[in-house]
Design a protein around this ligand. Sequence first.
Ligand SMILES: *[C@@H]1O[C@H](CO)[C@@H](O)[C@H](O)[C@H]1NC(C)=O
Ligand SMILES: *[C@@H]1O[C@H](CO)[C@@H](O)[C@H](O)[C@H]1NC(C)=O
Ligand SMILES: *[C@@H]1O[C@H](CO)[C@@H](O)[C@H](O)[C@H]1NC(C)=O
Ligand SMILES: *[C@@H]1O[C@H](CO)[C@@H](O)[C@H](O)[C@H]1NC(C)=O
Ligand SMILES: *[C@@H]1O[C@H](CO)[C@@H](O)[C@H](O)[C@H]1NC(C)=O
Ligand SMILES: *[C@@H]1O[C@H](CO)[C@@H](O)[C@H](O)[C@H]1NC(C)=O
Ligand SMILES: *[C@@H]1O[C@H](CO)[C@@H](O)[C@H](O)[C@H]1NC(C)=O
Ligand SMILES: *[C@@H]1O[C@H](CO)[C@@H](O)[C@H](O)[C@H]1NC(C)=O
Ligand SMILES: *[C@@H]1O[C@H](CO)[C@@H](O)[C@H](O)[C@H]1NC(C)=O
Length: 667
Amino acid sequence: MPLLLVQSCSLLASSTYLASTLFTMRGLSSFILAALSSVGVRGAVASSCVLNHVSTSPPTGSAEVALQSYSYCGGTLNVTAYVNNLSYNKIVTLYFTNRQNESTPLSALSLGYESSVPNSKFEYWIAAAPIWTDGITQLLNITYQDTDDGQTYHQLLDLHVKATGAPPPTLPSPPAPYATPSGFGNDVTQYLAVESGSEAEIAQTGLFRNVNPAVKGAVNGTVVAARSGPFYSQTEPDYAYNWVRDASLTMDVVQNLYSAATSKTAKAAYEQVLFEYAVARATEQTDPNLKTGLGEPKFYLNNTIFSGPWGRPQNDGPATSAITLMEFANDYLASGGNVQTVKEKIYNSSAYPHVAPVQKDLLFVARNWSWPSYDLWEEVQGDQFYTRMVQRRALVNGASFAQKMGDSATSSTLAAAEKALTATMSQFWDPNREIILYAYSPVMDNKTSYLDTAVILGIIHGYAGDNVFSYTNPQVLSTAVRISTSFIDVYPLANKTRSISAGPLGIPVGRYPEDVYNGTGTQVNGGNPWYLCTAAFSQFMYAASSEYAAAKTISVTNVSLPFFTYFAPEAKLQVGKSYSSTSSQFKQVIQSLDGWGDAFMRTIKYYTPAGGNLHEEFNRNTGAPQGASALTWSFASVLTAAFARAELRGNGSYIESLANLGFKANS
Ligand SMILES: *[C@@H]1O[C@H](CO)[C@@H](O)[C@H](O)[C@H]1NC(C)=O
Ligand SMILES: *[C@@H]1O[C@H](CO)[C@@H](O)[C@H](O)[C@H]1NC(C)=O
Ligand SMILES: *[C@@H]1O[C@H](CO)[C@@H](O)[C@H](O)[C@H]1NC(C)=O
Ligand SMILES: *[C@@H]1O[C@H](CO)[C@@H](O)[C@H](O)[C@H]1NC(C)=O
Ligand SMILES: *[C@@H]1O[C@H](CO)[C@@H](O)[C@H](O)[C@H]1NC(C)=O
Ligand SMILES: *[C@@H]1O[C@H](CO)[C@@H](O)[C@H](O)[C@H]1NC(C)=O
Ligand SMILES: *[C@@H]1O[C@H](CO)[C@@H](O)[C@H](O)[C@H]1NC(C)=O
Ligand SMILES: *[C@@H]1O[C@H](CO)[C@@H](O)[C@H](O)[C@H]1NC(C)=O
Ligand SMILES: *[C@@H]1O[C@H](CO)[C@@H](O)[C@H](O)[C@H]1NC(C)=O
C-alpha cells in the first residue's frame, strides 16, 4: 500500500503503458554501473574487448536514430547511438535477445544522453550495463520515442553479438547461513499467546480499532489503513483512507475469526461487520466518479473516491475483496446461513448492485486480468506477479462459488479466464536469475534485482490450494531464499543475529532491496524493514512446513537446493533425492522451517516497542519503529502468521480462543 507517489504521475496517466515504463527506466544505466563495480570480473587472463563500429558518422536522409558502435565485453554491453535532437524529451531503447534466444520485456536497455555530435543536429546516446544475468545473442532494434511530438523512430539491427573480453560473471549463490534455528521457541509462543498484554491480543485490538473507524463521516465496512495524517490532526504520512487492498486483507482476518468463533455474540458481531464490508465494497464499485473502473485503489473514510493523482489502476483489490467475501459466504452457509441471503447481500451484483459486490468483481477480474496494473506498493505499473496470483485465486474460487450460486454462465466465464491466466504464469520464472520476477516488465524505479517480497505475499494471498505456485514449489523456494537474503547486505541492522535471551533473529525483511521509501518520503538508503514483510516470511516458513508435513515427502531439485542449503543446511539434502517423513533429513527440515518461522517472528518481537504498537517499518540502522503508527496491515500480518503457526502445531483452539474475545467496537 502506502506509498511512493510516482513523481511523474500525470505523465504516466496520460501516456501509453510502454512509454510510461520505459520513461522510468532512465535511472537504469548509472545504477547498473555502480552495481558492476561490486560484481568483480572473473578470469585472470582477460582477452581484449572488441568494439564493433557500425557507422562512423550520423545518418543522413530521413533516419533519426542509428547505432554507432557496440561491444559485449566481460558481461557488459556498451552501446553508442546517434539520436537526432528533435525535441527535449526523448526515450531511446535498445532491444535484444537473451541467451535463451528470447526477446522478453527484460531484454531492453535504456540509453542516456552523453554529448552532442559536433557540427550536427545529432547527439550521442550511450549505455554501459552489465547484462550478463540475461546474456545477449543479438541486437534487434533501437527505438527512439520523441515524446514531445508523439513520434517513434526505429532502426532495425539484427546484429549477431559475440562475447569478448573476460568471461561474464555467473549468478552468485545465496550466502552461507548465519544461524541454524530449530524448532519452536517459548518466547514466540508467549508473544503470540491468547492472553492479556500479548502481541496477539494487542494486534487484534489494534486491527479492530481501524475497522469501522468511528470518526466523523466514516461509514461502516471500511478500514482505515492507519490513523495518521491531517484527518487525524497529525503530520505525515497521510494514511487516513480506506484502501481497497488493505480493507480486503484486513477483512480476511475478520473472516478467519468469524469462521473460528464458537461464542455466539462474537460470531454475530463478525458477521455484521462482514455484511457491512460487502455493502462498502458495492458502494465503491458504484461510485459515479471512478477513474479507472473497479481497480480504483483508494477511497475516503466516507467511502467516496479519492480522485487526486495516484497510481491507477490497482487490479488486485477486486480479486482479494471477492476472495474474502466468498470465504465468508461459504462459512456463513456452512453455519446454516440462507443461500438467498448470500445471493442478495454478497453475490448477485446484477440484481443488487448497491449491496452485493462479488459477481461484479469476479467478472471484472475475468475480463481485465491481462491488463497492466500498479503493484501492491502503488509504485510501478506492469504485469505484476502478486496481482496475477490473487486474480487467479479469485477465479479458481469464483468458478466453484458461482456454481454454488446457480450461476453456471458466470462460472464458465471465470473458469475460461482462469485457464488463460494460468497459461501465462510460467513467464514470471526467470531461469537466469533463478527467481520469480515480481513483474514481467522492464526495470522500473531501479528495481534491477527483480526481487520483491510481493512474490511471497502473492503466494500467501494468492495460492489457490491446487499446486500452482504452492509454498513448496521449487521456483517459489528459490525465490524465497534470494529475496530474504538480499536484505542482509542492505540493512545494517541485519548484523544483529541473536536475541541473547531467546535465540536467533530472522533476517529483517523489507519490500525490495532497492527501496528508498522511509515511511514518509524518499531518501538515499532510506528503505527499511517492514513488519508485514518480515511477518510474511514467518508465515511462509510455517506454511511450507505444513505443506511438507501433509505431503509426507520432500523432493529436492537443482532449483530448490539453494533454499535448503540456506534454511536447512544440517539436513544436507541432495538434488534428485526424495526424503520420506520417517527419514532423519525430513524431520531436520521440518525443525528448521519451524525454527526459521519463529526466528522471523522473533525479529518482529525484538523490534516491537513497549506497549506492542506496530508501525509500518523499523529503522534499518537502529530498529526503531518508523513510518505510519498502528498500521492495520502490520497487525493483520502478525495475526495471519500466528494462525499459520497454530495450524502447523495442530492447535485448533488457538484461533478459536482469539476469535471468542469478540469484536471490540472501537472508539
Ligand atoms: C481494463 O481496465 C483498464 C483500466 O484499468 C481499461 O482501460 C480497460 O479498458 C479495461 N479492459 C477491459 C477489457 O475491460
Ligand atoms: C468525503 O470525504 C472527503 C474528505 O473528507 C470530502 O472531501 C468529501 O466531500 C466527502 N464526500 C461526501 C459525499 O461526504
Ligand atoms: C440475480 O437476481 C435476479 C433477480 O432476482 C435474478 O433474475 C437473477 O437470475 C439472479 N442472478 C443470479 C446469478 O443469481
Ligand atoms: C536510481 O538510482 C540512481 C543511482 O543510485 C539514482 O541516481 C536515481 O535517482 C534512482 N532513480 C530512481 C527512480 O529512484
Ligand atoms: C551493526 O550495525 C549498526 C548500525 O550500522 C552498528 O551501529 C553496529 O555497531 C553494528 N554492529 C556490529 C556488531 O557490527
Ligand atoms: C524521510 O525522508 C524525508 C525526505 O524525503 C525526510 O524529510 C524525513 O526526515 C525522512 N524520515 C526519516 C525518519 O528519516
Ligand atoms: C536445473 O537442471 C535443468 C535440467 O538439467 C537445467 O535446465 C537448469 O538450468 C538447471 N537449473 C539450475 C538453477 O541449476
Ligand atoms: C493452543 O492455544 C491456546 C490459546 O493460546 C493455548 O491456551 C493452548 O495452550 C495451546 N495448546 C497447545 C497444545 O499449544
Ligand atoms: C457501525 O458499526 C458499529 C460497530 O463497529 C455499530 O455499533 C453501529 O451500530 C454500526 N452502525 C450502523 C449504521 O450499522
